[in-house]
Design a protein around this ligand. Structure first.
Ligand code: ADP
Ligand code: ADP
Length: 224
């Protein structure tokens, strides 16, 4: 992933907010990158653009050698499918669906055949130690279990990249650590991970921390 001179301006009738103000960032295949910085510095905006949920106002974004900065929502959605998995602070599971059904959802969108769906969903649930809860609904689960379900959903279509926005933000330290170890395992198996976090401890799981301030990269630190 290669970002050059990226800008994002949000305009409403009254105000213009420059959320990203000239970001240069290269992320290599298989990297684990943490993005840190104070509230309002542009972390979520950057993650949304990296995840092809939103377009920059200016600048270039090469996604595996394809320029995606000017693509339509429809084109971006096409590239997102199966390439990018998302994990959120508040889990974003569908309450009316069971654990199994939540995890199966991305495969339904991809029209994956039923027998392959079953195999993939079960493998993802095994990997996240959630098979024993497959028929439960999100509200019947602890926070850690909900986030493990969300990670199973993010990985079920074997994406190249996982984007995580404060994945441990609603978890206690034990469940947070468990989630970080699962993300680390996924990274070690080859998935690129980009994670926004406020926690220096969680950032320590990454190879590199990128610090944002006022919509700019101010420092980068490579972890040894
Ligand atoms: P962070 O994730 O670091 O807290 P954000 O990326 O959410 O920061 O926000 C960066 C800036 O852009 C903030 O000033 C925020 O208010 C503004 N912003 C974010 N999203 C929007 C939006 N959809 N419309 C208008 N302003 C926005
Ligand atoms: P794990 O899958 O992490 O091994 P378990 O199914 O063994 O988790 O449950 C771990 C503990 O969390 C159990 O004591 C269980 O009762 C408790 N637990 C499960 N759901 C909730 C919930 N919604 N709120 C609080 N605690 C819960």
């Amino acid at each position: 992933l290669d970002i050059k001179n990226l800008q994002k301006v949000f305009s409403t009738e009254e105000v213009e907010t420059t959320a990203l103000n000239g970001i240069d960032l290269e992320i290599k295949d298989g990297e684990f990158v943490a993005i840190m910085g104070p509230s309002g510095c542009g972390k979520s905006t950057l993650l949304n653009i990296l995840g092809l949920l939103d377009n920059p106002s200016e600048g270039s974004y090469q996604f595996y050698e394809t320029e995606v900065a000017d693509m339509s929502e429809r084109q971006r959605a096409q590239i997102r499918k199966g390439n990018i998995g998302f994990v959120f602070q508040s889990f974003n599971l569908i309450d009316e669906l069971t654990v199994y059904e939540n995890v199966e959802l991305p495969l339904l969108y991809l029209n994956t055949p039923a027998d392959e769906r079953k195999q993939r969903v079960e493998a993802a649930l095994e990997r996240m130690s959630m098979m024993h809860r497959r028929n439960h609904f999100p509200q019947q689960l602890s926070g850690g279990q909900q986030q493990r379900t969300a990670i199973a959903r993010a990985v079920v279509a074997t994406p190249k990249i996982i984007l995580a926005d404060e994945p441990t933000g609603n978890l206690d330290s034990k469940n947070g650590e468990e989630v970080m170890n699962l993300l680390k395992q996924l990274n070690e198996a080859g998935t690129t991970i980009i994670m926004v976090t406020h926690s220096p401890y969680d950032a320590g799981f990454a190879h590199r921390t990128v610090n944002l301030f006022d919509g700019k990269v101010v420092t980068e630190k490579v972890h040894i």
